[in-house]
Structures are given as C-alpha cells and as structure tokens.
Ligand binder design. Structure first.
Ligand SMILES: O=C(O)C1=C[C@@H](OP(=O)(O)O)[C@@H](O)[C@H](O)C1
Ligand SMILES: C=C(OP(=O)(O)O)C(=O)O
Length: 429
C-alpha cells in the first residue's frame, strides 16, 4: 500500500506526450506470439502488471521471451507444443489474462489449474466456461463453483456457433482462441460490436478467420505464424490525460501515436459531443490498427446521454467520463453499463463513492450513473478500491480540487499505466 497525497496547483495541462502501449493489444501479442510457429518481435509493449502475468503464464509453459525495455522477442512454440506447467498458473488481477487463457488452455493436451487475486477470484468466469464446455472443454471450480481457482482438463474441442449473451470482447476472444484447437469451424455472433483486436491479430498471424458484420468465423485446426507487432499507445490510458486537459481551463495537449480503432474511441466521441475541441492528425494503419495524434483544447462542456452501442467502445473510460461530467453544464446520464459491476471492483459503486466524497452531485443506478454538473470539487480522503482506473480518476480529479486529495493506495496504477505520475508531472505547466 502506498498512500498518495495530491496537492492542487494552478498549472494548465499542455505539451506533447506518448502514453504506454495498449493493454488489450499487448496481451494478445504475447498470447499469439507464444502459440505461433517462429519468432515474433513486439515493440512498444506495455510493461504493466497485467501483461506481465500473461508473460509469466506462457513462461511457465516453456515459451522463451527476451525483454529489452518495451521490445519483446517471443520464441513461439506452435499451437500444440506448450509444456505442462509445473505449478498452478497465476493470473493476478487480470481479467483479460484469465478469460483469454481459458480459451487457450481448454485446447491443450494436459491438465492445468489456474488462480487469481482476491478481486479476480470474484469476477464471473461462467461467461467463458459455459461456451467452452459447449465446445467440449472440461473446466471446473471448487465444489461446482464457476469462479477462480479452476481446473482445466483435456477435452477434444469441436466448433460451435455461439450467440454472445454479454457484450464482452474477452468472451468473444476466448471462444475464437479455443476455435483454433477445434476439429471444425467456430462462429461467434455479438449483440453489439466490442473491441476487435483479437480478430485483427489472428488474421495477421495467418489464421483462417472471416468477419461478416457481428459474426466472426474461424476454421478449426488452425496454425499461427509469427509476425511482428507494433503496439499503439493505449487510448484507455490517454483518456486520463485528455480528461485532465478537458477540465483544466486554458489547457491544450497532444497525445501522439495513440490507438484509434473505432471499437475503442467512444471516449473521443463523448469528448466531442460534450463540446471539447478535438483534432486528429497523422493517422495511419499499423498492423491493421488505426493510430494517430489527438489534440484537445479546453472548452466549456455540456452534459450528454451515454447509452446503447457506444458503451462497449468506452467501457473502461466510464470512471474518467464520470469525472468529466462533473465539470459539464447540465446532466449526464450513463445507461446500459451494468458490466461495470463486474470489473476489478464494482465501478458504479466506486465512482459514485469517490466523486461524492470530492463534492460531486452523482447517483449510481442499476446500470450506470447520473451526474449533475457543473460542481466545484473539494479535496478529501478517498479509496482507489485497488482498481487502477479508480485510482487514476481520483488523481486527475485533484487537478481541479480546492484542497488535497489523499488517495489510500496508488500501487494499482501499475496494472495499466506504469509512469502515470511522471507523465502527469510532465504535462502540468
Ligand atoms: O478484451 C479486452 O482486452 C478487454 C475487454 C473488456 O472487458 P470485457 O470483455 O469484460 O467487456 C475491457 O473492460 C478490458 O479492460 C479489456
Ligand atoms: C477491466 C479491465 O481489465 P481486465 O478485465 O483485464 O482486468 C480494465 O483494464 O479496466
């Protein structure tokens, strides 16, 4: 535990900065590089704790990694040649590691046991266990439970057609990865689009995968072939600094080489609809992913409604959007975001608690929140709920509070944004 005292100052947010690599894409690069034939070079990898857990898991199964800063060389073992780990695999705090790895482990010819930290052990895994069982996987928790720790035994997989009941890229990805090991093809149909990095990357690694609107089909008995991956900056991390600039008068900030895949840019759409001045320049496609430079200039903000298909495009940004909304004139209503209750913590509860303590007018609802703006924020003692996105939201709030924000523990921030406070210092001028 490391308490952090954040003292307000009158600095504006300005300059040009690059945020660390995208967490979702970094996980996928490790997974696919590990099960591909040949050597994969990954650059701008996110050295966050969650992605380290994904590396640890494959190291335990015999994959060799060479690390040099944010460059990683992966000596892939091929799809079926991973070795049985000597011990239980540990996923730490990482939902993405857990869900995606269950898809891979279900296809391997040996038994594994997997576990996570206290938070991950409470998060729902039945959303992946049920479709994987339909494919023939044998995954069981203690005494019939469907949370971590879990035991995965070898079962021959067959392809299925699966309509996703949840809006979850992790579940979609787990089924597609298991589909690589199935005897015939697998099809996943989503209710609304969620992040599609798995689909892009499977294609780049040579899988036979085809997308048609909300349906994605992967043929069985696929092999992956090594390719190089350049990870774009993480828009979910950029969202914190962009919000800082959006709420501190006279700010103007540019974030370079950030991922702008449209399944992730709900935060940009929200900023624009609230009235922020946003410019996107230097766009290009890297490994099938759109990237570009985003510049934001402070303007007055107005409250909006956020609901429906945009929700999966900004699900991890809702804590920081709630802070943004406290500084918008009028009411912001966020709906259809019940998934927030199943993240590292119940984020509807955590966000309303932290922002209420700081003086905001916010209420939680069953599937979202209602924020009445614009309210000045005071300082206060708050909990980061051991959740990186909550701790960073509270830290950005301190840019506009009248008094100190005392955050109980800032260590969770290393999950997704190592160097966050250095970057925050760098852009405060
Ligand atoms: O696939 C991914 O990399 C992720 C998908 C989302 O979770 P869900 O699939 O549970 O919505 C997101 O919240 C998480 O941070 C990363
Ligand atoms: C929900 C998150 O991650 P995960 O599901 O991988 O723990 C997140 O990064 O906000």
């Amino acid at each position: 535990m490391a308490e952090k005292i954040l003292t307000p100052n009158n600095h504006i947010i300005s300059g040009v900065i690059e945020v660390p690599g995208d967490k979702s894409i970094s996980h996928r690069a490790i997974i696919m590089g590990s099960i591909a034939n040949g050597t994969t070079e990954v650059s701008n990898f996110l050295n966050g704790e969650d992605c380290m857990r994904t590396i640890d898991v494959f190291e335990s199964m015999g994959v060799k990694f060479e690390k040099n800063g944010t460059n990683i060389t992966i000596h892939g073992k091929g799809i079926k040649s991973l070795k049985k780990p000597a011990e239980e695999l540990y996923f730490g705090n990482s939902g993405t590691t857990a869900r995606l790895l269950l898809g891979v482990l279900a296809g391997l010819p040996f038994q594994t046991t997997v576990a996570g930290d206290e938070s991950l052990s409470k998060r729902p895994m039945n959303r992946v266990i049920l479709p994987l069982r339909e494919m023939g996987a044998r995954i069981n928790g203690k005494d019939g439970s469907e949370v971590l720790p879990l035991r995965i035994e070898h079962g021959q997989l067959t392809g299925i057609q699966y309509k996703l009941p949840v809006k979850s890229a992790q579940v979609k990805s787990a089924i597609l990865l298991a589909g690589l090991y199935a005897a015939n093809s697998t099809e996943v149909i989503e209710p609304t689009p969620t992040r599609d990095h798995t689909e892009h990357m499977l294609k780049a690694f040579g899988a036979d995968i085809e997308r048609n609107g909300l349906s994605t089909k992967i043929s069985g008995d696929n092999s992956l072939y090594a390719t190089n991956v350049t990870v774009p900056g993480d828009i979910s991390s950029a969202a914190f600094l962009l919000t800082g600039a959006a709420i501190v008068p006279n700010s103007r900030l540019t974030i370079r080489r950030v991922g702008l895949n449209e399944t992730r840019t709900g935060i940009i759409d929200v900023l624009i609809e609230m009235g922020s001045a946003i410019e996107i320049t230097n766009s290009s496609i890297v490994n099938g992913e759109l990237i570009g430079d985003v510049t934001i200039t402070y303007t007055k903000l107005r409250g909006i409604n956020i609901e429906g298909e945009i929700i999966p495009r900004l699900i991890d940004e809702i804590p920081i959007i709630a802070l943004l909304a406290t500084q918008a004139e009028g009411t912001t209503i966020i709906k259809d975001a019940e998934e927030l209750r199943y993240k590292e913590t119940d984020r509807i509860h955590a966000v309303t608690d932290v922002l209420t303590k700081l003086g905001a007018a916010i209420e939680g609802t069953a599937d979202g929140m209602i924020i009445h703006g614009k309210t000045p924020l005071s300082g206060g003692e708050v909990s980061g709920y051991h959740d990186h996105r909550i701790a960073m939201m509270a830290s950005i709030a301190s840019l506009i509070t009248t008094g100190e924000v005392v955050l109980d523990d800032d260590s969770s921030i290393n999950i997704s944004y190592p160097g966050f406070f250095q970057h925050l210092d760098q852009v405060q001028n």
